[in-house]
Ligand binder design. Structure first.
Ligand code: F6P
Length: 326
């Protein structure tokens, strides 16, 4: 016998394609198991201000294919204070909601960890972020879609880069993580990726130029992870313009379009599996864990591990990119 009778679902932080598929999965798996389900709007803010609605299976019909999140999302300062979290707890008690499924990234799961510990409240997290920067899971919900969006955009930019024989610096998201930049570069056949994980040790731009970058090419594409550590696409382009005035340089910042769009099949399946697994975890009385996927199997990762550890980038990716871009 499990102790849980109801689950509240919220999405928090930056939205990611596949969040709706995850909301649908948690809702339906929970109702299937006889639990009540509550949709909480605008993340932790909606928890504090009681923006909550009981969900039936119909509330999540026709959303698996939609980007964004039907629950809306927010980054909530008030939840960072003990008073804010107390308000949230009072709302949950009053509503009779006895567990939470939180879909979000690093910051959202950090909030979940603190709240779960403070009130001994059952919470399971689902990694929902395009950044793919959560430890303990091979991928996060939204990452595959964002990667495909980047690939499509770079394909288009390549047409004009080739026609004009230009060097393009394309900045992609990732919030200090290089997964989107590095795998986006491999997928789109770019010449290089500049990522924060490596920038701390070497000046990647100088290395590139020293290695004879563009020796046999008239046009080139370099993906840059947004981050003060890499200097961003603008900073790098400026440096090249100053040091190599012969290059015709342009910059594109892909920005928030990377967060939108219909989720790929991979993201829909991942979100569906993780949503169902989140309900299993709550019913098994698991606490303070994030659902992850490792070698195609569902795993449960303690929040502390998922949040605190830096997720490593596979060693072979950089050398593969280098070897294939000659
Ligand atoms: O964490 C997801 C993310 O898209 C990051 O890649 C990016 O740095 C950030 O969110 C942008 O946040 P905002 O939507 O608040 O500008």
């Amino acid at each position: 016998m499990h102790n849980i009778k109801s689950v509240g679902i919220l999405t928090s932080g930056g939205d990611a394609p596949g969040m709706n598929a995850a909301i649908r999965a948690v809702t339906r798996a929970a109702i299937y198991s006889g639990l009540k389900v509550y949709g909480i709007y605008r993340g932790y803010r909606g928890l504090i201000y009681d923006e909550i609605e009981e969900f039936s299976t119909q509330n999540v019909s026709n959303i698996i294919q939609r980007g964004g999140t039907i629950l809306k999302t927010a980054r909530c300062k008030e939840f960072q204070s003990p008073e804010g979290r107390q308000c949230a707890y009072d709302v949950l008690r009053r509503r009779g909601i006895d567990s939470l499924a939180v879909i979000g990234g690093d910051g959202s799961l950090s909030g979940a960890r603190i709240f779960g510990n403070e009130f001994q409240f059952p919470i399971v997290g689902l990694p929902g972020t395009i950044d793919n920067d959560l430890y303990g899971t091979d991928t996060t919900i939204g990452y595959d879609t964002a990667l495909n969006t980047i690939m499509e955009c770079v394909d288009k930019i390549r047409d004009t880069a080739t026609s004009h024989e230009r060097l393009f610096f394309i900045e992609v998201m990732g919030r200090d993580a290089g997964f989107l930049a590095l795998n986006g570069a491999i997928a789109s056949g770019a010449e290089a990726a500049i990522i924060p994980e490596i920038s701390t040790q070497v000046d990647q731009l100088s290395e590139l130029i020293k290695a004879g970058f563009r020796k046999s090419k008239n046009s080139s594409i370099v993906l840059v992870a947004e981050s003060p550590i890499t200097g961003g696409a603008m900073g790098l382009a400026q440096r090249v313009k100053e040091e190599y005035p012969g290059y015709d340089v342009r910059v594109t910042i892909l920005g928030h379009l990377q967060r939108g769009g219909s989720p790929t099949a991979n993201d829909r399946i991942l979100a569906s599996r993780m949503g169902a697994a989140a309900v299993d975890a709550l019913m098994e009385d698991q606490r303070n864990v994030m659902v992850g996927i490792k070698n195609d199997e569902i795993v449960y990762v303690p929040f502390t591990k998922a949040i605190k550890n830096d997720k490593p980038i596979a060693q072979d990716l950089m050398s593969t990119l280098r070897r294939l871009s000659i």
